[in-house]
Write a protein that binds this ligand. Structure first.
Ligand code: SF4
Length: 304
């Protein structure tokens, strides 16, 4: 059952011919009124497919909304709270990337989609946590500059026969840095039949202690198709909201209830309503930067 505010948003959405895209880390009330919920890759693909809507309300962080704008230059993309920025994306300014490219001219540049448009414009190809290994394998170069998440860089380096240079040193997601393998062992003792799924943004020790290392989209598919009943989930805590809703017969336990991305949570139903009424805050990307960034995004979509 929708609450009054959710009903108003659904009505406004119809009147404005709008679509609401929400990342898996959004709160339950926003997930409920979204037309589509997904991980970074799924939202990128969805953004590229949008044909029929005049207005896209993007409930995610800045780099995701920018990607939607890059792929849909003729659409109006709005974000309910303009302060919703991903700190990891801001760890790799384009200037730093340019210097790294000068230092390693023979390297291919693979950037996680969690980067700002200016950095994307400097990349050869983008990747997400679900396709990073396939993207790196698809390249002819054996030397790869990879940023900004050093843990995802480590995850990829374990599965390819190439040299991966993480840029910048120490790039990370503060939410996934909260997990420690000690917490994982404690929960394993409490739930001996559980399977432990963690995100590749977690530290290598946590990845090694888990049963599966998966993107959020990968977790959705894995839990839906597994005969197991209990899962311990090592990523942002609202991932368990979606998993519980879609798998009511399964026991979904967060690895850490405090693993909250405060940046994602800046969006609220009230702000979603305002963004529909006022058609703000519009996400704009410089046309030349968008053109270059689009090439890197489209190259990734060809691999996915
Ligand atoms: S969970 Fe981490 S990577 Fe994702 S938006 Fe939040 S800070 Fe950025």
């Amino acid at each position: 059952m929708f609450n009054q505010l959710q009903k108003e948003i659904i009505k406004l959405k119809k009147e404005k011919n709008a679509i609401i895209l929400a990342h898996n880390y959004q709160t339950a009330d926003i997930q409920e009124i979204a037309d589509f919920i997904g991980d970074s890759l799924e939202l990128c693909v969805k953004a590229a497919e949008i044909k029929e809507s005049d207005l896209v309300v993007f409930c995610g962080v800045d780099f995701m909304a920018e990607t939607a704008a890059i792929l849909n230059p003729d659409k109006k993309i709005v974000i309910p709270d303009r302060e919703a920025e991903c700190p990891m994306a801001h760890m790799l300014p384009a200037e730093y990337l340019k210097q790294a490219k000068e230092k390693y001219p023979q390297a291919a540049v693979v950037l996680y989609v969690n980067t700002l448009a200016e950095a994307k414009a400097e990349a050869d190809i983008l990747c997400t946590s679900s396709n990073a290994v396939a993207v790196v394998k698809s390249l002819k170069e054996n030397l790869i500059l990879f940023g900004p998440d050093m843990n995802l860089a480590w995850y990829v380096s374990q599965q390819v026969d190439k040299e991966i240079i993480p840029i910048p040193e120490g790039g990370h997601c503060y939410v996934h840095k909260m997990f420690h393998e000690g917490d994982l062992y404690i929960l394993r003792e409490k739930y001996p039949d559980a399977e432990v799924l963690v995100h590749p943004e977690c530290d290598p020790e946590v990845q090694k202690a888990a049963d599966q290392v998966l993107s959020t989209g990968g977790m959705i598919r894995y839990v839906a198709n597994s005969p197991r009943e209990t899962f311990i989930i090592g990523t942002e805590v609202d991932m368990t909201t979606r998993l519980r809703r879609e798998n009511p017969d399964k026991n979904i336990i967060p690895l850490l209830s405090e693993a909250i991305c405060e940046n994602m949570k800046l969006h609220t139903l009230e702000k979603v309503k305002n963004s529909l009424i006022n058609e703000e805050f519009v996400v704009k990307v410089d046309a030349e930067i968008a053109r270059r960034a689009r090439k890197a995004v489209e190259k990734m979509l060809e691999v996915s």
